[in-house]
Design a protein around this ligand. Structure first.
Ligand code: HEC
Length: 141
């Protein structure tokens, strides 16, 4: 269980420069840029791929050239599989669906343990970041 996470984490860090180079290239040939994301959804995508959300540690997302983990289901078409309210509730706190989940509760202060004192009283995503991630997820349909 620990092994793949560690390896993925390393690969994610390692591939950052490569990813930036790829995105630069792809924009030139209209590959990644042709996703036509709204400004807010594009912000959400950065959170999903980056250190704030780290969603790609566990989830595959469409059109992402960098390595992704598969501890959770692919997020491709997720907005087709559930309505916005369900998606919102699950992103805020997946424990509402599965109390044993390994997915972090991104917008909850309930029942958190072993919390770094500097995180006391803070959600993982700010309200604005949460809404940006929702914008990205809602266009995966
Ligand atoms: C540590 C691993 C992990 C991380 C990080 C993670 N998830 Fe998950 N996620 C899961 C797992 C595992 C499931 C499967 C259901 C469960 O465990 O309850 C899941 C389920 C989901 C679902 C429901 C999908 C479906 O088709 O049922 C969504 C949506 C989702 N995650 C979005 C996200 C987003 C967005 C992020 C980042 C902000 C994220 N997850 C970060 C592990 C993770």
């Amino acid at each position: 269980m620990n092994q793949p996470v560690t390896r993925t984490t390393l690969m994610l860090g390692f591939s950052r420069i490569k990813t930036m180079a790829l995105i630069g290239l792809s924009c030139g040939v209209q590959l990644v840029c042709s996703q036509n994301l709204s400004e807010d959804a594009a912000k959400g995508l950065e959170i999903i791929k980056g250190r704030t959300g780290q969603c790609v540690l566990c989830h595959q997302i469409p059109n992402n050239p960098s390595p992704m983990g598969n501890l959770g289901p692919s997020l491709q078409g997720v907005a087709k599989r559930m309505d916005a309210a369900t998606l919102r509730a699950r992103l805020a706190d997946e424990r509402s669906v599965n109390p044993q989940t390994i997915m972090p509760p991104y917008f909850s202060l309930q029942n958190l343990s072993e919390l770094d004192p500097s995180l006391e009283g803070k959600t993982i995503l700010s309200r604005e970041e949460f809404e940006s991630v929702m914008s990205y997820l809602l266009q995966l349909n």
